[in-house]
Design a protein around this ligand. Sequence first.
Ligand code: PLP
Length: 437
Amino acid sequence: MMRNALTSKEAIKLVKKYGSPLFVTRQEAMLENIYNYFKYFKAYKGEFCLCYSAKTNPIVALLKIFREESVLAEVCSMLDIESSTLAGYKGGEIIFDGLVKTSEELDKAVKFGFRIINVETFDEVRQIENICQKHKKRANIGIRLTFPSLRVGLKSLLGISYDRFGLEADGAELKEILEFVQKSRYLKLIGVHCHTGSNQKSAKRYLVGIDALTDLMVKLKSEYGFEVEIINLGGGLGVENITAYKVTDIALNSLKSFLKLDINYKNTSLNFESLGKEIVDYLEKKLEEKGLKYPTLMLEPGRSLIGNTTDLISTVITRKETKHNNWLIIDAGTNLMPILTLYSEYHEVDVLTKNKEKKRTSIAGPLLYSSDIVLTNRMLKQGSSNDLVIIRNTGAYFSCQSNQFLQPRAATVLTKGRSSRVVQRRETVKDILVRDI
Ligand SMILES: Cc1ncc(COP(=O)(O)O)c(C=O)c1O
């Protein structure tokens, strides 16, 4: 558990005041994550620039904190753009990513002078050029490279691959873009970019990215005369207390379920300090080997800045023992945590109860839906009605992916020391019905 994690006493107090289920974000934890990035990447000999991937959790009050700490915003939708703008971000503090960017979004990016638009297709480049002509404004662009190695994991077995993102280093489309930008009066190529994929607990894939991006920088300089100012290694760093199950974990967990064995899982550890050092050392080495100037090193993490700052508190509705399961039914459903059903991440869970006895437990939400299951077969304390259950480290991709299937979305409270305030109010049924005509 993280230092200064939400205590039982605090959780009980907050639920009394704000209701359940409730996301609770701790400002101190956000600051600790930000400072860790600055601490571990400050050794880089060039400039270091940290951005926050807004889509991970775009609550305006949280974005404001990132901005106050000199963290730029990485956006990939109009929702991200609008929430970042509401949080006070100016154009030059916004990085724009995404395979699909609408003309309305691109228009804003050009008009507001976003720091960089990382492009992924030639169509998009032509569209930006036209918008620039219309507004008589220039735009900074970066080239997003397709991530150069494909992982064989659960996602790839399910057909989820990354190859639609970015441009292939040796592809014809990249060549067309570069020739086009060479002739353009409006577009300035200032960056190279890639994203490793989420939940990385080692530097391995960042080093692969550094190889590919520095090779691209050499090609841009020698063949086209572009000297880029920014090398952006994307986001992707994991969180110590969250582990995405591998195929083998899922197979083993299924077998354990079948054999009625406890599912106890140990998170893969992560050493931020040595990982940061490895990335910085390798980048400097490659830049020197390839005769390149030190560009700004940009990172745009989401999960590792916000994931461990937030817990989801829920309340036990009832306990139900069946022939096959010992259920705890709680008031937070998978509509608040679809990421658990989709990606099967391991998160720590605490049952706050006076009962010290532990039993093999499965937890389900309140939805009349067979897949509304939060976890199965874990050794947990025996809670009963009105006890609280805390699902830990739910800051990234939980609140933002929540939906209104059967139940409105939960509120988020931000705590700072002993004070707390609502930063996103609880949704009402009226809020949901407002769209119906
Ligand atoms: C381009 C890009 N940058 C940054 C991120 C943030 O990733 P993470 O939350 O894993 O740090 C993502 C996530 O998908 C992404 O696609």
